[in-house]
Structure formats: structure tokens, C-alpha cells
Design a binder for this molecule. Structure first.
Ligand SMILES: [Zn+2]
Ligand SMILES: [Zn+2]
Length: 333
């Protein structure tokens, strides 16, 4: 499999933008996944073709790519052959930046695209890792039309069957799914009434998700549900006791003045249940005690639990307490 963008599109290096567009449209139409339901490799080929056209169809990006090629910095050579094309879009992304699914990751029909959902998980599940069960509302293939969206196909007039159009100017132009046909490359003569031509319906799907230890707000998990890729973004609930600072867990405990002066020991909540914490005599208010190894494990490194000692002074005293505090005062310490 070649990784040369010109070879992918089957054009010569000096071809005109018109020749390029024509070659792209023909190849995209021929390799469109919907036109090749029995050929699983078609989708990969379609993606490669789209990625190649993303670069070569844009004058600035094409110039940059040509320069790289001339200098011999061919980023696509030496892959060891075989199935190397899977990383093509990664290389392009690193060359040209960007990376939303609209720019290089696209090329698939919108109806088979990636869905995104957000779920809320408990603080401790995020910190320790674990499994959560959720029912998610997700698009699944419409069973009434088998995902076709209806019957009878007309080649889309907007994109000429490619399913993708470019927008924007110069370097910032990007390819994205054609709005007229939803990225399919064709429009339907008769729409399926169940899915209104989209080929998919919303369905409640029960899913079990493995949360990695040290997950935090915004951590996104990629999972596959019913053949669709689903990106699950995590929102971590706050905890009444803990807050997170990287791998460390922060919390505070309250002790009395006498406990601070004389020392004490407390049972303190950790991720693994309650653990005894010794408070030395003469511990000052605001002292931070470190419970080693009681933090969050992330990438094999474990954090600590940092406990701030809050000293609560009595606001009202009984007669007996007043007498005792007076004695302490007179003792002069
Ligand atoms: Zn179209
Ligand atoms: Zn349908």
C-alpha cells in the first residue's frame, strides 16, 4: 500500500486542481462504504482517499506536502508495508495540526459517525477506577430499512457523490460531510418513515463502562456500542470530603484545642476505608499531614492523601471549662 498522496489519488505530481478533484470524486464514489457493503476494506480506502484530498485539494497544504517530499522527508515511507495506512491520518494530523473529526478523521458517512455522550460518575469511582452501568440514548441502525434510510438513489447534486465538500479559504479550508446528503453521496427517492431517511434511530442502550483509575473531569473513553463508536466524556461528581490535586487527595479534619495540645488519633476516610491518623501533641492549626500512598494511582504512580488539621476553639464555655482554661492561662503557656 502506497502512502504517497498522489499515488493514492492516482494522479501525477503536476496535475491541475481540476484533474485532482475529478480523480478524487471518481475514487470516492467507487470506494464509498455504502456502495461496497460487502467490502470492509472499502471504508479504509475511502478514508485514505479523503485524507489525501484534504491535503492535495488545498493549495497551501499541497505546497507544503510537495516541499516535504522534495526534501526527502517523506513522512509516509518506511512503514513496513502491509496494513500501514491506518496511521495515515495521524501523520497528516501531526504534519498539519488540527484534528477534529471534521478535518482528517472524517470521510465516513455521517449516519455511521461517532456519537458523543457525557456521563456523571462518583468521585471515588473516578479516583479508584471501576465499572459503571448506564443506559445511554444512542443512534443505532434503523432495522426497518437496514440503515439505508429508504430506497431509490439519486447521486447528490451538491457533492457529486463524494459525500464530502470543502469550505473555508486557503490553509484553513477543511473537508466535511456534505449537508445535502448527510455524507452519503446520494439522496433517496423514497424515505423510510421510521427513521425519516437518516438510516438510524435513537435507542436506549444499556452499557457497562470500565473507568480507568485516576480518571478526571473531561476524561473521554472510546467504546464501541452496536458497531458504532461512542466517545464517553466523564464528568466527576464532587465529594463532600475529598478534592483532587493531580494524584493527591486533599481533605481536612477538625480537632479540638485540647486534642491539638495533647495529641490524639483519628479515623480518617481514605479511598480504601478508614485509616488511623496520629496527631502529635502540639500540632499547630493548619498543619498538613501526609498519608503516603493513599492518593490516586495514575499511570502506575500513586499519590498521597494530604490532611489539613483544623483546630476548632470553643465558642462557649461551661463554668467548669472556664475554670480550667483560666488555670491553663495562669500556668502561663
Ligand atoms: Zn452530498
Ligand atoms: Zn429507516
Amino acid at each position: 500500500m502506497t502512502k504517497d498522496l498522489y499515488e493514492i489519488l492516482g494522479v501525477s505530481e503536476g496535475c491541475s486542481p481540476d484533474e485532482l478533484r475529478k480523480a478524487y470524486r471518481e475514487l470516492a464514489k467507487k470506494n464509498h462504504p455504502d456502495a461496497n457493503p460487502d467490502d470492509p476494506a472499502a471504508e479504509e480506502r475511502f478514508k485514505r482517499i479523503s485524507d489525501a484530498y484534504d491535503i492535495l485539494g488545498n493549495p497551501e497544504k499541497r505546497q507544503q506536502y510537495d516541499l516535504m517530499r522534495q526534501r526527502g522527508h517523506d513522512p509516509f515511507s518506511g512503514d513496513g508495508g502491509g496494513q500501514g495506512f491506518g496511521d495515515l491520518s495521524d501523520i497528516l494530523r501531526s504534519m498539519f495540526g488540527g484534528g477534529g473529526s471534521g478535518s482528517f478523521g472524517g470521510g465516513r458517512p455521517a449516519s455511521r459517525g461517532t456519537s458523543q455522550v457525557e456521563i456523571e460518575i462518583p468521585f471515588t469511582t473516578a479516583a479508584k477506577g471501576g465499572t459503571v452501568q448506564r443506559t445511554l440514548r444512542l443512534p443505532v441502525t434503523c432495522s426497518d430499512c437496514g440503515g439505508a434510510g429508504g430506497s431509490g438513489r439519486d447521486t447528490c447534486a451538491s457533492c457529486g457523490g463524494a459525500g464530502r465538500v470543502s469550505s473555508g479559504q486557503g490553509f484553513f479550508s477543511t473537508m466535511h460531510p456534505c449537508a445535502n446528503c448527510g455524507g452519503r453521496g446520494y439522496t433517496l427517492k423514497e424515505k423510510c418513515s421510521t427513521c425519516r431517511g437518516t438510516g438510524e434511530i435513537q435507542s436506549n442502550e444499556k452499557v457497562s463502562l470500565r473507568i480507568p483509575p485516576g480518571a478526571s473531569n473531561g476524561t473521554t473513553l472510546r467504546t464501541s456500542i452496536g458497531g458504532n463508536t461512542v466517545l464517553v466524556r466523564l464528568r466527576v461528581k464532587s465529594d463532600r470530603f475529598f478534592t483532587r490535586q493531580g494524584r493527591d487527595l486533599l481533605c481536612s479534619v477538625e480537632i479540638s484545642a485540647a486534642q491539638a495540645v495533647l495529641g490524639t488519633s483519628l479515623m480518617v476516610r481514605t479511598l480504601d476505608g478508614k485509616v488511623k491518623l496520629k496527631i502529635k501533641p502540639g500540632t499547630q492549626p493548619g498543619t498538613v499531614l501526609r498519608m503516603r500512598g493513599k492518593g490516586v494511582v495514575h499511570n502506575g504512580v500513586t499519590g498521597d492523601q494530604l490532611v489539613t488539621v483544623v483546630v476548632k476553639l470553643p465558642e462557649e464555655l461551661s463554668d467548669e471549662q472556664r475554670a480550667l482554661w483560666t488555670k491553663v492561662k495562669e500556668a502561663g503557656n
